[in-house]
Design a protein around this ligand. Structure first.
Ligand code: GLY
Ligand code: MN
Ligand code: MN
Length: 439
């Protein structure tokens, strides 16, 4: 079976829901991920696309799924004893059909002909509009079908985007998905605790990254949810800093944004802490503003609040803090209105989280920020970034960059913080860092 928790009935139910939602005369084509060349004879590690995995549980390269309202068909690589000697087990269509609960299966090499056969009387073809490979396949299919006009074949007149159908389903997590995300959050929280305990002045950013990733792998996570950001000092002011190759000097903060992927579900945590274990006064002041913004935002993660509300709540606290710190001057409302605060806070306060770290699902419906509902999971990640070369900022704050990020599930009641097992209050961070051995 696949090397992750696999419950066939879950995948069958997801496909059935999609089949019920698609046009009655429709056909859906979904392509899985290909292997990607890295350099001579070396591929990037394979990861199935989230949509394909969500609907099939099938995590081999070179696969495709064809759905009609009545039937499911998986295409995959053939069994091949020689190739399996080199690269390992592959299911092959017969065994895959059985194990993954499909009505039919075929060899991926026959995709074009299978598609032409299945699509010959479809009135609408659905595929992911952001997948150029799928668009090309569909175009070729239509050209192929057009050639059969004298046999009475008419290419489908309508195309529809598969994304909204699958993505709105993925946006609302089941209890089992929430449990998996809570585990991913817990493992990643433990990894951040390890980084806090093992940090010391002079440590290289990549060494802290190694400590984090060791903890993830040890706990059963196969890979990171995204490339870790481990940013000492002013590097924290580069939002997507991934070079992670500098030594962290005594007196500097380090910002770590890292999360594991567990059974295809992501965690996404940021903590910022002093590499020597004690915040300076200036660091403490900036940090506390971000922590207060985090608390204000978290309080808005409740059903019925619009998605945008928690960002607005964070911005209000951050901007008041920027004035207090002397980074900006003026009225909070006017500074929000003018957008001047973006000099120090230039990103949103969070995003959906799920199988993808920036997960799928619409943020607005009919132009309005959408209401939160139980089963949605999002990040809360306010920050404040003061570049070392910002000569308009008070000198004591230059080079400080802080972000605090947790993963939060919307429930019918209180927000459920999935990543609360790593401290963020100043005293709690310092207390943990005072421990000098990691058990
Ligand atoms: N780690 C990416 C993000 O926080 O959005
Ligand atoms: Mn993050
Ligand atoms: Mn994030």
């Amino acid at each position: 079976m696949p090397h992750f928790d696999f419950d066939l009935s879950v995948y069958q139910a997801r496909r059935a829901a999609l089949q019920a939602a698609m046009p009655g005369d429709g056909l859906v084509l979904l392509l899985g991920a290909d292997e990607m060349f890295r350099n001579a004879d070396v591929d990037h590690p394979f990861r199935q696309t989230s949509d394909f995995l969500y609907l099939t549980g099938f995590d081999e390269p070179d696969a495709a799924l064809i759905l009609t309202p009545e039937s499911t068909l998986l295409l995959c690589r053939p069994k091949d004893a020689d190739m399996e000697t080199w690269t390992g087990f592959r299911w092959g269509p017969d065994a895959a059909r059985e194990a993954f609960g499909m009505d039919h299966a075929a060899c991926i090499d026959d995709l074009d002909s299978v598609l032409a056969e299945t699509a010959s009387d479809a009135g609408a073809i659905g595929y992911a509009f952001n997948d150029a490979r799928a668009a090309t396949k569909v175009q070729h299919l239509q050209a192929e079908l057009a050639k059969r006009a004298r046999q009475g074949v008419v290419p489908a007149a309508r195309h529809f985007d598969l994304n909204p159908l699958v993505h709105e389903a993925r946006l609302i997590k089941s209890d089992a998905e929430l449990a998996m995300m809570a585990r991913a959050g817990d493992i990643s929280a433990r990894a951040h605790r390890r980084a806090m305990v093992t940090a010391h002045p002079g440590i290289f950013e990549y060494q802290l990254q190694a400590n984090i990733e060791h903890e993830h792998r040890s706990a059963g996570s196969k890979r990171e949810a995204y490339q870790a950001i481990v940013a000492g000092g002013d590097n924290a002011n580069t939002l997507h800093y991934v070079a992670n190759n500098q030594a962290i000097a005594d007196g500097e903060l380090v910002l770590i944004d890292a999360g594991c992927e567990l059974n295809y579900y992501a965690a996404d945590i940021t903590r910022t802490f002093p590499v020597n274990g004690r915040f300076t006064e200036a660091q403490r002041r900036v940090y506390q503003v971000v922590l207060d913004a985090h608390a204000a935002a978290l309080d808005k993660v409740r059903p019925g609040q619009a998605f945008g509300d928690y960002h607005d709540a964070a911005v209000r606290v951050l901007v008041a803090g920027m004035v207090e710190l002397g980074l900006l001057s003026g009225e909070v409302d006017a500074l929000i209105e003018s957008g001047e605060y973006r000099r120090y806070y230039m990103h949103r306060t969070g995003h959906w989280l799920g199988m993808d770290v920036h997960d799928v699902g619409r943020y607005a419906v009919e132009g309005e920020s959408r209401p939160l509902q139980p089963g949605m999971v999002l990040t809360v990640e306010p920050g404040l970034y003061i570049r070392a070369d910002d000569e308009t900022a008070p000198a004591e704050y230059r080079g400080i960059g802080v972000r605090i990020e947790d993963d939060v599930a919307v429930t019918a009641g209180e927000p459920w913080v999935l990543t609360g097992a790593v401290p963020k209050a100043i005293d709690a961070v310092e207390a943990l860092m005072a421990e000098d051995t990691w058990a």
